[in-house]
Design a protein around this ligand. Structure first.
Ligand SMILES: Cc1cc2nc3c(=O)[nH]c(=O)nc-3n(C[C@H](O)[C@H](O)[C@H](O)COP(=O)(O)OP(=O)(O)OC[C@H]3O[C@@H](n4cnc5c(N)ncnc54)[C@H](O)[C@@H]3O)c2cc1C
Length: 425
């Protein structure tokens, strides 16, 4: 291992530097602060929160994460300590909840009878046991029902949406294992006053430097030099919380390059895609409902209760990529077209404005959250492994407890990486 050669005499020096002020980086910073450390967090954007983005305009809409998944999620510590208001929301795989869940296939409503709901929920809850070998969701699901069974169609779209994944790549074997080891519990909870309250809680008294993209990391067992556009910073320990997609794109540059096992792990995992399509209307044309599941390009809809006459469209996996390819105007048109098939001319009469939140083209996210493809094996463990007692890896994708792709998984992994760095120091 070569030593960092540049003269560090005139650089700012820190014991701990964290790259990324998303929830993982902020949680890492809080963990360090609890032990009396004073980390610096470097953030490329002009805001904190990363894939959490609360929009306040005609009402309040979360353009990124918006639910707490599970009654035991690590997020609750911050929610309770900061008295952040939450509300239970429905769980689509539990058909007994008292919510209006509507279903449509090919632009036509399906009768929402209990048998259909139960059948969809049954299919959505698969795999209930880990398959004997590593196969994709597509291969695992194929024998379970005829391809034209509406419940089967909607369950597949739901899996794409939830996992943000291409089902021909998503591993049923690894996903079943990840679900089995998860301890986050059941239930979904909204944060009606905005998810950014959780980010604000995590950021309290943390030293964040905004507009500071790290372009290159020169690293050795002695520490690292972080190259920013107009600044270099020396750090003894670096916690990297970057989205998987950026690591896959080779951003930032690591010098020396990351070792082969680390690169293999980075490329064995997959970044999933999600688009949120927000449509604001003059007045609601719909009767109260909780959720619509469809097989349109926009895979689901729900009313945003914190914003008047607002519908949220949500697609994951290939449908999100399709929506992204349409661009803002095209995606809005697609959403209006699909809603009009269900609700008629009132949709266009009442339409006011729309917004496509496309995380795939966001330069500092390049996707929504990670998933585990067939063949990924122990890639998350390898991604999370520290290098040279200098580089520590966090972010949702490095969570090995079955909690990747979530806020609580990112928080958990941020804390763990901070502990690993402190144990080294
Ligand atoms: C549409 C959508 C909906 C979601 N819904 C939910 C949900 O309801 N519940 C849930 O639990 N999870 C949800 N998630 C997942 C959740 O948002 C993520 O798992 C979590 O926010 C990831 O946090 P992170 O800190 O690992 O990454 P990020 O939030 O991406 O933070 C990484 C930070 O690094 C910064 N950065 C990137 N490159 C550089 C660089 N070179 N130098 C410096 N900084 C850099 C980025 O700007 C970013 O701020 C959703 C995600 C999306 C996209």
């Amino acid at each position: 291992m070569s030593r960092v050669a540049t003269n560090t005499k005139f650089m700012q020096k820190y014991d701990y530097v964290i790259i990324g002020a998303g929830v993982s980086g902020l949680a890492a910073a809080q963990q360090l602060r609890r032990q009396g450390k004073t980390p610096l967090v470097l953030e490329a954007r002009d805001r904190i929160g990363g894939r959490v983005l609360t929009h306040r305009g005609r009402g309040l809409v979360d353009f990124g994460a918006q639910y707490i998944h599970g009654a035991n999620a690590a997020t609750w510590e911050w929610v309770r300590d900061n008295e952040i208001v939450t509300q239970a929301w429905f769980n689509e795989t539990n058909p007994t909840t008292a919510h209006t869940h509507l279903f449509a296939v090919d632009g036509q409503w399906l009768s929402g009878d209990e048998a259909l709901k139960t059948r969809i929920a049954e299919l959505c809850n698969h795999p209930t046991q880990q398959p004997a070998h590593d196969i994709s969701f597509a291969d695992y699901y194929r024998p379970l029902a005829p391809a034209d069974d509406p419940a089967f169609i909607l369950a597949n779209v739901r899996n794409e949406r939830i996992e943000a994944a291409d089902l021909t790549r998503l591993s049923a074997y690894h996903t079943a294992h990840e679900r089995n080891i998860s301890t986050s519990g059941w239930g979904n909870f909204k944060v009606p006053n905005g998810y950014d309250a959780i980010v604000a809680a995590l950021a309290k008294e943390v030293n964040v430097q905004l507009n500071s993209p790290v372009l290159q990391v020169d690293w050795s067992e002695d520490g690292a030099i972080l190259h920013l556009p107009t600044q270099q910073i020396w750090a003894r320990y670096v916690i990297v919380t970057l989205p998987l997609s950026l690591l896959q794109l080779g951003m930032p540059v690591f010098n020396p390059p990351l070792p082969a096992e680390k690169l293999q792990a980075i490329h064995a995992l997959a970044m999933g895609h999600v688009c949120k399509l927000v449509l604001w209307f003059k007045t609601p044309f719909w009767q109260d409902f909780t959720f619509i599941s469809t097989n349109g390009v926009v895979a689901s809809w729900w009313p945003v209760l914190s914003s008047p006459a607002t519908l949220m469209g949500y697609s994951g996996g290939p449908r999100a990529i399709q929506l992204s390819s349409l661009g803002q105007a095209g995606a809005i048109e697609q959403g209006l077209h699909e809603l009009s098939q269900l609700y008629g001319p009132a949709v266009r009469e009442q339409f006011s404005e729309g917004h496509l939140q496309d995380w795939s083209t966001d330069p500092w996210a390049r996707g929504a959250y990670s998933y585990t493809p067939v063949g990924a094996g122990s890639a998350r463990q390898q991604l999370a492994a520290a290098l040279a007692n200098t580089l520590f890896f966090a972010g949702e994708a490095a969570n090995v407890n079955g909690h990747h792709a979530t806020i609580h998984g990112a928080i958990e992994r941020g804390r763990e990486a901070a502990d690993e760095a402190m144990q080294t120091g």
